[in-house]
Ligand binder design. Structure first.
Ligand code: FES
Length: 137
């Protein structure tokens, strides 16, 4: 496996996507619950630059025992990435589209070691397009 050092661990947050480039492939990095996830900067809908989208927690509704709404808040334990082109939203931890589980971001293996983030990018972008539906997670 070909691990590539891409950035410092401190460069990756839960608030935005950190985009790095490896062999011509743009890879987005987001921290979710202390773990970094990595995925290609191509939206599976119509190939928009998904990493330019907003990262936020999904909205949670708090209910009382009679199921009356008490409050709404952004969940802190999950992160959603919203594609800037048409608004498809993806669970960053799993890569799944939250409205259609058949659609998902193409993810890459990622690890942290001694303050450095490493990812694997197995080939060129053209090669990735030839692997539709086979996420390398
Ligand atoms: S290209 Fe991302 S939602 Fe359409």
């Amino acid at each position: 496996m070909d691990w590539r050092a891409v950035c410092r661990c401190d460069d990756v947050t839960a608030e935005a996507v950190t985009v790095v480039e490896v062999d011509g492939v743009e890879v987005g990095l987001v921290r979710v619950g202390g773990t970094i996830t990595a995925f290609e900067n191509i939206c599976p809908h119509q190939a928009g630059p998904v990493c330019d989208g907003e990262v936020m927690g999904p909205v949670e509704v708090l209910l009382d025992s009679d199921r009356r709404m008490l409050d709404e808040r952004f969940a802190a334990h999950r992160r959603i990435l919203i594609c800037p082109w048409h608004g498809y939203s993806f669970d960053v931890a799993t890569g799944e589209c939250i409205t259609d589980r058949k659609i998902h971001l193409r993810r890459w293996k990622v690890r942290e070691d001694d303050g450095v983030v490493y990812v694997t990018v197995p080939g060129t972008r053209a090669a990735h397009r030839g692997q539709e539906g086979s996420n390398a997670t």
